[in-house]
Structures are given as structure tokens and as C-alpha cells.
Design a protein around this ligand. Structure first.
Ligand SMILES: [Zn+2]
Length: 579
């Protein structure tokens, strides 16, 4: 399993390996000036820990952060306005000694309950924020916690604000019984309304986030981030071990495990937290441009390049290469890959991981970025740039979870009114046992189905191999473009020859009859645009392609972002209907 290696690679490798048992680790900063790190045992100065965002300066371990410190840490100075302070529980079970216990905790921690909510600014952007505090009954969710979060989300919906919640919880609060369980619905239902209003919710999971909180508000973010090595899971590790009578593997239910299994978008270091939240808030605050504004921005920024676009050749007639030669060029090892295009064409790219179902498929990269300042969603089928990367990315052959990640990100783009730009480069969808078990066909079908009516502009560019349904699952678009030596076909020429002529060695002949080159497909009306390639096409001379592609994307966005949902939908429908 790769997880073990991942642990070795991190700078926290000195941590003890029994950390998946929360019971054995209490990563609180002890009192006093000189403290002892409970992860590495080193003596550390309390002031240093505070200054560094409550991270051990010796081993890099994360200490739990108090709620008010967390708010100070991520928001602009003096902008936090606390809401619903003093809201308490009605003690629904009339549980003996419970209220006394709470007042004791209130005195000890200075908190009224296990969550602090309110409104603040991050880098000038207003947001609703809620932070759980583990010192208060392990931040378990009773009715006061549920009510405070629900009220904060409802008010965010009313005031049209994003929500950021820092989760940390032992789960439901036993002393409140079934009432505690109902908080899972209250918080989730409020978030559903917030989402339906087109608003952004970022969930940040900190150590530990378990039980009813993971089964409600914590896992419902448009974007879910986690702090490194946080314990995140529904059932606690001790309960699982007792139930199955086995030891759990190292790293089980840690952030890194969740990332690999597709449940979180990313792991975020504390040092990057504020900056990342600022970037994401701004990207979403700028979404949903008005139509006229878009055209103005694009006209102003790209006037000069529009001329170049007109002068560009569009039929891929250059070169006089045979179809088979182009097939070979499309497969060249050093041909630019998806990530090269993302780097050249966009700024502020933030990768999001996972399908929220099973896994993060590295054969597809996706996330948000800006194109000339405009927020866009970018999804690319990803081959590697060397053998090691190619193995990690499964040679650009996505599994069902890859297509499901792509679709998740496209639906997210739709929610926030962002155009979608796809880069297609795959020999085909991964052909294997596991891919079939998880529904490769269903995943591709679902993408085509949903993309056909996605309510934002969709552009697909075939940059290398456009292999069959695996390519189409990311090419059901308003316009499809190709590079001069990219190919797009029903299957590989080898497969074609093998099926029709029972002889895969006739691939070369097959390539000539399949009409798979950019030139052929342009003539057939399958693609709208073909881009010339420089001789000896590599990442180093990619700019010769991206320059003209950039001005064409400007033209595309100006044209399609001004269309209504209805116009977009019917245009896309007719584009394929005529074929
Ligand atoms: Zn330490």
C-alpha cells in the first residue's frame, strides 16, 4: 500500500505510529512558558508555538487550536462579529449533573458552547465563519451547537454570504440523546438551502472530526479541506477495532487516507490556510459575471490577439504527414500534457481532488483557475511527463472515479456559473477488472448525459489522443478543438484493424481509413477549430500553440458566456443532433 510511503515522505515522519488512537494522544499545549510537545517530546517555548500557528517548531506536529485563536488566525483584524453568544441547551434528557458540567466548562474555557459563530472578513471578503472548539466536551454536537451552526448558515443565506466551518468533533452529544442526533438534519438542511441559493460553503476538517459531524455538515462542503494528519471518520478507530477484532492499518482515517480515497479536495498546511481561503473566496465572489461585463473585459484585455486568431489557419492542412504518422505524433512521450496547458493558459489554478465516492483518480486533474481574471473550471486528462508520473497517472487512462471527479467539478462550475474548459488526452478509458466493477460505462454515460445540458459554456480541446468514449466523456461540449497532430477516433487503429480485419498489425492501414486526424474531423464537422503545431512539438515551444489558443478561448468565452442557459442548451443539443 502506498500510504506507508506517503508517511515516510512527510516531514512528520518522527511521529509515533500509534496516533490513530485519539485516546492515546492529547495534543493540547500544556500550561506554562516552557512546554513539552506531546508528539515528539521536545521542550518548546509556548510563545514560539503561538507565533507559528500552534505547530511544534521541532517536529511540525499540529496542536489543536482554540476557536477564538483560529478566528484571529484566519480573519482580518477586528472584523469578527460574534453571533448567538450565550445560546445554550435546554437539557432535553434532563440529564443529571449535565448543566453543572457545562457551567464548569464555561468557566474553565471562557466558551459558552463548543462552537463559535459569526461574521468576519478574510482579505476584505465578508464571510460567515464557525469554529468548533475541542476543549468543550470534545466539541460534540448538542442542540446548542446545531442551533448556532444552523442559524449562522440561515443568516448567510439571507445575507448572501459564503460559509466557512472549521469542524472538530467527537460526534453527537450523548447527554442530549436523540435531540443531538436531530442536529445532523438541521445543519444539513440549512446547508442545502444555502447551496440552492448558489452560495459557497468551505468545510475545513481538523483533528479529530468524527461521528455525527462527519455524517452531516462537515462532509457537505463545496470544497472540503483538511489539516495534515487529522483523524476523520464516522466510526472511531477504537470502535472499529473492537467490532472487527483487528488492528487498523497505520494512517487509517487520517487526512492523507481521505485524500487518496476521494473524500476531500486537499490537505492544507496552516501556513497556507489564510491565503488559500482568501483565494477561494475571491474566485467565488467574482463568479457569475453579468453578460455585458464579460464582453467588455474580454474586448479590453484581448483586442490585439483577436487579430492573430483571424489570421490563424483552421484546417490543419500543413505538413503532408500520413494519418499513421500523426497517430504516432499524438502519442509522443515528450508531447505537452494537460498540466502544461493549465500552467500556460491560466492563473491561480487550485486543484481539487476526489470523486467523494471512492478515490482520487490521478489520471484526471481538475480545479478552479482564472483565465484573464475570469473564474473557470479546468479539467484535464493527465498523462505524466516521465515514466514515474505516467505510472501514477495510469498513462492518462481514467477510471470511473476519474470521470466522476470530472463531473463533480463540472456540476460545481454550473452551480457557480463558471465556464468549463476540458483538455482531452487519453488512449481510452482504463480497461480492467476494477474499472468494470465500479461501472466504467455508467460513469462515461453519466458524463455525456449531464454535460449535454450543463448550464454553463463547455469547451473541449483534444491535445493528444482522443480515445473513444473515454475522450467523449470530457468532450460533450459547445465547441471541440484539436491540435494539428492530435487524433480522435472510435478506438485505436490497432483495435480497429483487429476487430474488422482480425489483424492488429494492419494499424497503419486502419489509421488511413478511420478519418481520425484533425483535418478529417474538421471536414466532417466533428470539430470547430484546429491549431497548427510547431515542428518538434514540446513543452518548450508550447507557447506557439497556447498564444493562438488563448485568443480563441477569449473569443469562445465572449460568445458563449453571453448566451442564456436556454440558448446554450439548445446549441449543444443541435451540435450533436446533426451528427
Ligand atoms: Zn513536537
Amino acid at each position: 500500500m502506498k500510504l506507508d510511503n506517503m508517511f515516510k515522505k512527510t516531514k512528520y515522519s518522527t511521529l509515533k505510529r500509534n496516533e490513530y488512537r485519539t485516546e492515546t494522544v492529547r495534543p493540547e499545549v500544556p500550561e506554562g512558558l516552557l512546554r513539552k510537545c506531546n508528539k515528539c517530546g521536545a521542550a518548546i517555548i509556548a510563545e514560539d508555538v503561538k507565533k507559528d500557528g500552534y505547530i511544534c517548531p521541532k517536529c511540525g506536529g499540529y496542536f489543536r487550536m482554540h476557536a477564538y485563536r483560529r478566528i484571529e488566525f484566519v480573519t482580518d483584524e477586528r472584523t469578527f462579529e460574534e453571533w448567538d453568544k450565550g445560546l445554550g441547551t435546554k437539557n432535553p434528557l434532563e440529564y443529571k449533573g449535565y448543566l453543572e458540567k457545562l457551567s464548569g466548562l464555561q468557566e474553565k474555557t471562557g466558551l459558552d458552547e463548543a462552537v463559535i459563530t459569526g461574521k468576519a472578513k478574510i482579505d476584505g471578503v465578508e464571510t460567515v465563519i464557525g469554529v468548533c472548539d475541542g476543549r468543550f466536551l470534545m466539541a460534540s454536537m448538542g442542540e446548542a451547537v446545531g442551533e448556532k451552526i444552523t442559524r449562522a448558515v440561515e443568516r448567510a443565506t439571507k445575507e448572501h454570504l459564503p460559509v466557512i466551518l472549521f469542524a472538530c468533533s467527537g460526534g453527537a452529544r450523548m447527554q442530549e440523546g436523540i435531540t443531538s442526533l436531530m442536529q445532523m438534519v438541521k445543519t444539513s438542511a440549512a446547508l442545502k438551502r444555502h447551496s440552492d441559493a448558489g452560495l459557497l460553503y468551505i468545510s475545513i476538517l481538523t483533528d479529530p472530526t468524527t461521528g455525527g459531524v462527519t455524517a452531516s455538515f462537515a462532509m457537505l462542503g463545496d470544497i472540503i479541506l483538511a489539516e495534515p494528519k487529522a483523524l476523520i471518520g464516522f466510526a472511531g478507530p477504537r470502535v472499529i477495532e473492537q467490532t472487527i477484532g483487528q488492528k487498523l492499518p497505520k494512517g487509517f482515517q487520517r487526512s492523507e487516507f481521505l485524500l487518496e480515497h476521494g473524500f476531500i479536495d486537499g490537505i492544507i498546511e496552516r501556513s497556507e490556510l489564510r491565503q488559500t481561503l482568501s483565494k477561494l473566496l475571491k474566485l467565488h465572489a467574482d463568479s457569475g459575471y453579468e453578460a455585458e461585463k464579460i464582453q467588455d473585459i474580454l474586448k479590453i484585455t484581448k483586442k490585439s490577439d483577436a487579430y492573430k486568431a483571424e489570421a490563424m489557419k483552421t484546417d490543419g492542412t500543413r505538413g503532408g504527414l500520413s494519418s499513421w504518422e500523426r497517430v504516432l505524433l499524438s502519442r509522443m512521450q515528450d508531447r505537452p500534457v494537460g498540466s502544461d496547458y493549465i500552467e500556460r493558459l491560466f492563473t491561480d489554478f487550485t486543484e481539487f481532488h476526489g470523486d467523494r465516492l471512492f478515490k482520487d483518480d490521478r489520471a484526471i486533474i481538475g480545479g478552479v483557475a482564472r483565465f484573464h481574471g475570469i473564474p473557470v473550471t479546468v479539467v484535464a486528462q493527465a498523462k505524466g511527463t516521465n515514466t514515474k508520473e505516467n505510472i501514477e497517472r495510469n498513462f492518462g487512462m481514467p477510471s470511473p472515479e476519474g470521470y466522476r471527479k470530472a463531473l463533480r467539478l463540472m456540476k460545481q462550475a454550473e452551480k457557480f456559473g463558471r465556464p468549463v474548459i476540458c483538455f482531452v488526452d487519453t488512449p481510452g478509458a482504463f480497461c480492467g477488472l476494477e474499472a468494470e466493477e465500479r461501472g466504467q460505462g455508467e460513469a462515461i454515460a453519466r458524463n455525456i448525459y449531464e454535460m449535454s445540458d450543463l448550464k454553463v459554456p463547455v469547451l473541449s480541446v483534444i491535445i493528444g489522443e482522443g480515445g473513444s468514449g473515454g475522450a467523449l466523456a470530457m468532450a460533450t461540449a459547445d465547441e471541440v478543438w484539436m491540435l494539428e497532430n492530435s487524433v480522435y477516433s472510435i478506438l485505436s487503429p490497432e483495435g480497429f484493424a483487429s476487430i474488422l480485419w482480425k489483424d492488429s498489425s494492419k494499424a497503419k492501414e486502419a489509421a488511413e481509413v478511420m478519418k481520425l486526424t484533425a483535418k478529417d474531423l474538421y471536414k466532417l464537422g466533428i470539430v470547430e477549430k484546429v491549431f497548427d503545431e510547431p515542428q518538434d512539438f514540446k513543452a518548450e515551444n508550447l507557447i506557439q500553440v497556447t498564444e493562438s489558443m488563448e485568443s480563441e478561448i477569449v473569443r469562445f468565452l465572449a460568445e458563449y458566456m453571453t448566451k442564456s442557459h436556454q440558448e446554450l442548451s439548445s446549441h449543444r443539443y443541435m451540435r450533436f443532433r446533426r451528427m
